[in-house]
Ligand binder design. Structure first.
Ligand SMILES: [Zn+2]
Length: 166
């Protein structure tokens, strides 16, 4: 007698009456979903307990790990981008709030890091801004002219109020 998998819903032949999932993968996925918090806690504890071995391993295999990670990202680029976009779209207010809170809590660190980044990438940033200026010249010039006009108007008004200077 066949039965429907409790995870994917496909029919399968159970080997015994406690058999609820069609394959190991489904069992694993259902288990992970049901125990997410417990698994995360266990993983964090494992990391704390093995911090030294893990960091040593990572340091020794840095190149290999980086290569593997880069290959994974390259292979899954579209999937990751789609996932991130969906997440951002679904959580926009939450993300903005979290970002503002993070910035407020770490204002000095953020500013310091930003300054360090700017100092370290001065040349690259200069090139970037130059390219940006070229690409957006018309818009920038217009904005600057508007600002200057507003400034002139303000100055003229304040001089008029003082009765003019000679
Ligand atoms: Zn299944």
């Amino acid at each position: 007698m066949s039965r429907l998998c409790a995870h994917c819903g496909k029919p399968f032949e159970p080997a015994n009456k406690n058999h609820r999932y069609c394959r190991r993968k489904c069992y694993r996925a259902a288990y992970d979903a049901a125990n997410r918090a417990r698994i995360a806690k266990r993983r964090a504890a494992y990391f704390v307990a093995h911090r030294k071995e893990i960091t040593t391993y990572c340091a020794a295999n840095r190149d290999r790990i980086a290569k593997r990670k880069a290959a994974w990202y390259a292979a899954n680029r579209e999937r990751i981008a789609a996932q991130q976009a969906a997440y951002r779209a679904a959580n926009r207010p939450r993300i903005a709030k979290r970002r503002a809170a993070g910035y407020a809590a770490n204002r000095e660190t953020v500013l310091k890091r930003l300054a360090a980044y700017r100092a370290a990438n001065r040349k690259r940033l200069t090139r970037y801004w130059a390219a940006y200026y070229v690409a957006n010249r018309a818009r920038i010039v217009k904005r600057r002219a508007a600002r200057r006009a507003a400034h002139r108007k303000r100055r003229k008004n304040s001089t008029a109020r003082k009765g003019g200077r000679k």
